[in-house]
Ligand binder design. Sequence first.
Ligand code: NAP
Length: 247
Amino acid sequence: METTLDGKVALVTGGSRGIGAAVAVRLARQGADVAFTFRSDKEQADAVTARIRAEGRRAIPVCADSADPGAVVAAVDQVAETGGRLDILVNNAAVFIVGPLEELTLEQFDQTVAVNVRAPFVASQAAARHLGAGGRIITIGSNMVGRTVFPGFALYSMSKTALTGLTKALGRELGPRAITVNLVNPGATDTEMNPADGPMAGTIRDFIALGHYADPADIAAAVGFLASPDSRYLTGATVNVDGGFTI
Ligand code: NAP
């Protein structure tokens, strides 16, 4: 299997923990130098940096708030400059703001759209200026767009649904440059955002055909494939990695 990413440079947004950290380490294991953004937690960012270096690859941690479009563009440009190139963008950072419709605020709407929708758009736009043939844009959505089983998801589901349109449109637009664009929709994955021992975990588990939460490495494995040369004919696609939640 041609999973090798030797000589490539990847950028993962929100890579200091959870799925983003697993993706960063996975891409390093496949041979890429890996940059990642984080917002606040320097200690966790240092830990991920150490894990990437332990794979024998260069790590480029960048403190950048995805809510700030200028910071997102600067991060992309900094990685291309420091790494000497940019081959793979993984739009992973997101906020998870849920609650009853009547209690959701405009500030929460703006924050959700800024981080979950505008940042992937802005990062993809900036990355497209650096990506060459074989480039990859992979965005992390959510299985909630396929099956919204709980009330209170108006902002989160709305924002994640927008990523399907972004993925298809960019897949079409960047295809002639041999750049592929795909969406990974994870199911319940054991992270700080959705701990496997959280209050809703039992109910969520009942909907999962495989009967258990994903490990962040399960999502990273799909991203690793989409980042690799093996996936070269796959674009504009949505890959559900949800243990059968949306069956
Ligand atoms: P997580 O554990 O909450 O980790 C989020 C990561 O994103 C952290 O590294 C965090 O860094 C970073 N981040 C958050 N806001 C940011 C911002 N404004 N700017 C820059 N970085 C920011 O989340 P996760 O569970 O790994 O989720 C990762 C992705 O998978 C998200 O897109 C999420 O919607 C999606 N997803 C998760 C699940 C699940 O069950 N866990 C299911 C479906 C989809 P700091 O610590 O520095 O803030």
